[in-house]
Design a protein around this ligand. Structure first.
Ligand SMILES: [Zn+2]
Length: 246
């Protein structure tokens, strides 16, 4: 009888942990960690309703919860420094079409051009990218929804709600985040990587990206080396990275 009791206990414990793991997935999708409030959340803040267990077991999300001030159509993303289109002196789009959100797919790209490390150089690279897309490729605007600078800032491209020009076959149902630079042989700065992760987390919080989203590198949807060997290796450790063809 005692043996049976032990076995039952172990089974219940196993079921409990399986349940916790499953229910915590909404927190993990936002790059958060489920923990008790008493243990603190340095550098972030707690969000309710994303973790299994008692009320004070909440999701510690890096860079803060929802709210805060944002700019333009990028909306509010506290903890993420978003440079508005006006902030990097973007040209106006030639035309605009909107997509419905939340989207289920996030694609990571690189611009395969210059890297940048300061506000002024990143704004310049964003303008160069936009000029290349509009003048040489014939796009109506810079192709990506967001660009990521080596300075750890996000540069607003088409934003959350506008169809981009980045991943053939997926443009109207995906968000494209492009790291400025060529990441075949070099890695992005850690502040750029954190900025991109925080942007995705914010997109989930703000209802622009489904919490069940799939994360891919551009090369999984076309014959391209984008987002570069080094960056592609990095995103494979991110939450919700999905292997195989998109
Ligand atoms: Zn790409």
């Amino acid at each position: 009888m005692e043996k049976f009791g032990e076995g039952l206990c172990a089974l219940l414990l196993l079921l409990y942990f399986a349940h916790v793991a499953r229910c915590d997935s909404r927190c993990i999708a936002q790059f958060g960690t489920c923990k008790y409030k008493s243990s603190g959340c340095p550098g972030g803040s707690f969000t309710r309703g994303l973790c299994n267990g008692p009320y004070d077991r909440q999701c510690c999300v890096p860079g803060g919860g929802s709210g805060g001030s944002g700019s333009g159509s990028a909306g509010s993303c506290s903890g993420v420094s978003i440079v508005s289109r006006a902030g990097w002196r973007a040209r106006s789009p030639k035309s605009t079409s909107y997509m419905s959100t939340p989207v289920s797919l996030v694609f990571i790209h690189h611009t395969a051009g210059s890297t940048c490390s300061s506000s002024s150089s990143c704004a310049r690279v964003a303008r160069e990218t936009q000029n290349f897309h509009m003048n040489s490729r014939g796009y109506s605007d810079v192709g990506y929804n967001f660009l990521v600078g080596g300075d750890g800032k996000i540069y607003e491209g088409r934003g959350w709600n506008r169809v981009g020009a980045h991943t053939l076959g997926f443009n109207s149902r995906a968000i494209a985040i492009s790291f400025m630079g060529n990441f075949m042989k070099q890695s992005p700065t850690s502040s750029a990587i954190n900025a991109a992760k925080n942007l995705i987390a914010c997109g989930v919080r703000e209802g622009k990206i489904r919490s069940s989203y799939k994360l891919y590198g551009h090369r999984q949807a076309g014959s391209t080396s984008c987002p570069g060997d080094r960056l592609y290796r990095i995103i494979q450790s991110w939450p919700r990275y999905t292997s195989g063809r998109a």
